[in-house]
Design a protein around this ligand. Structure first.
Ligand code: ATP
Length: 300
């Protein structure tokens, strides 16, 4: 279990992380979100022992972060940090040994992961000869080669095609099932929604929203109604009580309402329309919630 308590980080006079607290339990996937410069990388570096905190405590399974603890952490950094002149095998051995592993165990696990990611043929190739996506797979393998109890993933899916995103997600979910605590950042809200049970949103280093994703979505009053209908008067719909906005898509209409209490008013109007085949009330998306909390959209 990772526990962050009242952690603050100043760079000189600049406050980068402001009194941050959260817990990531074993077998839990936790999202650390925020726009560029919010303090995510700073937080990851403090957790990984690469950066001193100014105040507060960070513990993994009850122990403060030191070298004995960092051997149990895997870190996929945002600025990719492969030694590109090395071969894949040399690179992974290098990091495995740094984490206190014996070479034969590293090679055994490496063979497994290379096969799993369909890149066995690159084992003896130099990193710089690999495509960006395959380099990222190697970086991911490097982060998990020590079977970490805490896995930190800073933007793990950036630059990956959808098939590889799925492959990474499958492995991450497997690690979660085995009890690994996973903390990750992503600019893609749909990844966060698919994945995270809990999250914290940082604005200028301070938490502005935190808790369980399900609860956050339930408590957020604004909802979206998805409607499919043959004939509808959009101007009339916009005037229904509680309707904030109406978005007309190719195949459906999304009605944004101020609260669950307004569903019946929209329903009363929709009943008067012809050819209604869909009326689904859904929670707001995480991106919409983020937008309201942070004041900017999080999508790139
Ligand atoms: P991004 O999404 O762009 O990676 P981030 O959320 O990871 O951003 P950080 O890299 O943690 O943000 O930076 C937080 C703030 O601290 C930023 O305003 C940044 O400019 C500042 N900062 C980061 N590193 C240093 C440093 N070494 N010295 C001074 N300020 C720094």
């Amino acid at each position: 279990m990772l526990k962050i308590e009242n952690v603050t980080k100043y760079y000189g006079d600049f406050l980068a992380v402001d009194d941050l607290s959260f817990t990531v339990n074993n077998g839990e996937i936790f999202g650390l979100l925020g726009v560029n410069g919010a303090g995510k990388t700073t937080t990851f570096r403090m957790i990984n022992g690469l950066l001193d905190k100014t105040k507060g405590t960070i513990t993994l399974d009850g122990k403060p972060i030191d070298y004995s603890v960092t051997d149990k952490i895997g870190f996929l950094t945002e600025e990719r940090s492969l030694l590109t002149k090395l071969t894949v095998k040399e690179q992974v051995i290098f990091y495995g040994v740094l984490k206190g592993m014996k070479e034969d165990l590293i090679l055994e696990r490496l063979d497994y992961w290379l096969e799993r990611f369909h890149i066995t043929e690159y084992k003896e190739r130099k990193i710089k000869e690999l495509s960006k996506g395959n380099q990222q797979k190697i970086q991911f393998i490097t982060a998990i080669i020590n079977e970490p109890t805490l896995l930190i993933l800073d933007e793990p899916f950036s630059g990956l095609d959808p098939i590889n995103v799925q492959m990474f997600m499958d492995v991450i979910k497997e690690l979660k099932k085995k009890g690994t605590s996973i903390i990750f950042s992503s600019h893609r809200m749909e990844h966060v929604e698919m994945f995270c049970e809990k999250l914290v949103v940082l604005v200028k280093g301070k938490s502005v929203l935190s808790g369980e994703l399900k609860q956050i979505k339930k408590e957020y009053r604004k909802k979206n109604i998805h409607i499919v209908c043959d004939e509808i008067d959009i101007e009339k719909l916009k005037k229904v009580k509680g309707v904030i906005d109406v978005i007309e898509n190719e195949t459906d209409i999304i009605v944004k309402i101020a609260s669950n209490d307004n569903v019946s008013e929209v329903f009363d109007y929709i009943k008067t329309c012809k050819g209604v085949t869909k009326f689904d009330v859904e929670d707001a998306t995480l991106n919409e919630i983020f937008l309201e909390k942070v004041g900017v959209t999080y999508e790139n």
